[in-house]
Design a protein around this ligand. Sequence first.
Ligand SMILES: [Zn+2]
Length: 182
Amino acid sequence: MANLFSLQCPTCGASLQADGSSKQIACEHCGNQYLLDKELEQMNDEQRENLSPAVTYANKPGQWIKVADVDVLLHSFSEETVGKEHVLFAEVEYLNKTSDPLNYRHDQWIVFDKAGYTYEATMDYLHPKLYKGKIYIGRTRMLNPGMRLRGWLVFILPPEGKIECLQFSAGSQPIKTLEFRI
Ligand SMILES: [Zn+2]
C-alpha cells in the first residue's frame, strides 16, 4: 500500500499529499512541479518539512521561489525582435532571507534552446540599446541579509532559435535548479 505524506508546497505553502516512493511532486494550487533529490520516505521529518527540491519546474512569473538558499522572483519576461536581434528580456529579483551575505552572478541564469545550445545574458555596456530603460542586474553582486536586488537580463538568441527554458541554478553539492518553461 502506498505510503502517503502530507507536505507543504515549497513555493505557495499549499497542503499537498504525495506518495512516499515518489521523487516527483506537483502542486495543484500554484501549478509548480518538483523533482526531489531522494524519495520522500528516505527523508527525515525536517527534510520533508523544508523541502529543497533538486529541480523546480515553474510555468508562470510573479512567484517567489526558493532555490537552495536563494529566494528568487521572475517578475516578467518577453521574447521580442529588436532590430535584427532575437531577444529574451527577463526582470528578476532576489531577497536574501538567510543570515549570511550571498553572492549572485548573472550566469546563474541560462537560456536553453530546443537544439540544446545555451546562452548567458549579455551585459549593458555591450548592448546599451537593448538595455535602454532597463537596469542591468549586474555581473556579480553581494547581497547582505535582508537586502534585495532587482534588475534585468537580456539574452540574445539565434534568429530561428526556439526557447526550451530559462534556468536558474544556486547552491552547491548538489546544485538546485529552477526551470521556467516559457
Ligand atoms: Zn504550490
